[in-house]
Design a protein around this ligand. Structure first.
Ligand SMILES: [Zn+2]
Length: 214
């Protein structure tokens, strides 16, 4: 696949440092599993982080190091560690692990106009969802209060900022108001992460918002 829209350096760095909310880490891990370029970058940042940790460890005395390691043991495992580039059909490895299988295992819920979504179980603070947009259909016009990342898994969509095909990731911030439309020919499946409720302009989507958790 030819990927044209990549992750930002900031996101890759935060991912390598383990600082992203789980929902965003999942989008990054999934893109990284599809994109050699971003994977190399993420690995470089991880190596850099490892070198810093080693340097700190070298300066510690044995007791301090042991206390530190003991604390690390007690910490919860970090979300998606360096994913292997593998796929189960439409869903790349890191995502298939979340869904518990391929796209047939996704529990879709209708959100209107044939659009379906499935919220994935992640930490609070950011929400990850799979979106199914029938070919030719538009996602309701919305702005953002926070950061929205959208990764295309199948098909393509286009909005004011460009065209996004398989593997492409769109990073939208609070200033963008866009109308993503799925390209004709193939239904579009995306993985999206948001860290704040979206602001829909229409009254019906706005009323539905609390129920859809978007
Ligand atoms: Zn990339």
């Amino acid at each position: 696949m030819t990927i044209r829209h990549h992750l930002s350096e900031e996101l890759l760095m935060a991912y390598a440092a383990g600082e992203l909310p789980e929902a965003f880490a999942l989008v990054v891990a999934t893109h990284v599993s599809l994109c050699d370029e971003c994977r190399a970058q993420a690995e470089a940042y991880e190596a850099l982080g490892g070198a810093v940790v080693e340097e700190i460890a070298a300066e510690m005395d044995d007791a301090a190091l042991e206390a530190c390691l003991a604390r690390l043991d007690g910490m919860p495992q970090m979300a998606p560690a360096r994913p292997a580039p593998r796929r189960r059909g439409v869903l790349p490895g890191p995502l298939a692990d979340y869904v518990g299988g391929g796209v047939e295992a996704v529990k879709w819920r209708p959100v209107g106009k044939g659009v379906r979504q499935a919220i994935l179980p992640t930490d609070r603070g950011a929400t990850a969802r799979l979106l199914y947009i029938p070919a030719g259909v538009a996602v309701p016009d919305h702005g953002h209060r926070g950061l929205e990342m959208t990764l295309v898994l199948q098909g393509a969509f286009a909005d004011e900022t460009g065209r996004f095909g398989p593997g492409d990731v769109e990073i939208a911030d609070g200033d963008l108001e866009h109308v993503p439309v799925a390209e004709a020919g193939q239904d579009c499946i995306c993985l999206a992460a948001t860290d704040a409720p979206l602001r829909f302009k229409g009254i019906v989507p706005r009323m539905a918002q609390p129920f859809m958790r978007i």
